[in-house]
Design a protein around this ligand. Sequence first.
Ligand SMILES: [Zn+2]
Length: 259
Amino acid sequence: MQQTWVPAAEQVREEPQAEVEALRAPAVEEISPMVVANSFEAEALRAEIIAVGRKLWERQYVDGNGGNISVRLGSRYVLCTPTMMSKRDMEPADICLSDLDGSTLAGDRLRTSELLLHLTIYKANPRARAIVHCHPPHATAFAMTGSAPPIGLISEYETSIGPAAVAPYETPGTQAFAETVLPFVEDHNTILLSNHGIVCWADTVTHAEWLVETFETYCKTFLIAQKIGKPLNFIPDSKIQEILALKRRLGFPDARMGR
Ligand SMILES: [Zn+2]
């Protein structure tokens, strides 16, 4: 966490304003990228990215060098995973510091080529503070069909996610690809990327990964339920309304709530 020095009230009255300003601890935005990269806050966020990267790999949500993770640091910077690296093997020096234009400012490696997707989401929705993109098998199977699983079947899924959006296919790594999610980022925290995978945003990296887990498990469970061969029982609309009221209180997005 960033340390803040607060001057005593008497000092504030006695010292000329210029001297007080000189003693004030700078905000993250005001200090150089190298100082930001070495801050306690950045160190903690790098550790969280690395832990979540291992979870993604262990749960087989990424393979090869696939998937990427990022988190906002203050209002001007983003920490993100590097390109061409397994999410199982990352160390703190591998995590890149970037600005909102995608320029790498610190880190031993090149940033992920999908940072454009992350930056587009951050710029469009200030509530998005962390993003996980990956390729979980059951969710990606839906992405191959260009469809989202039906809703109204599992209460916890409805609370965390609800209707998932489906973004059209574009070539990964391009600005055109990044912009495919723009119509959906306000009302959906989980978006299927057609013929590719999924992207989830939340307030923290850990919570964005929870959305990935919830969505992948939901897709898997729905496919198993279909194999039983019996009609699905949907949650009554009145009970869905109770869930939406809870989501409103929690500040979770849902396309059914309106704005
Ligand atoms: Zn991908």
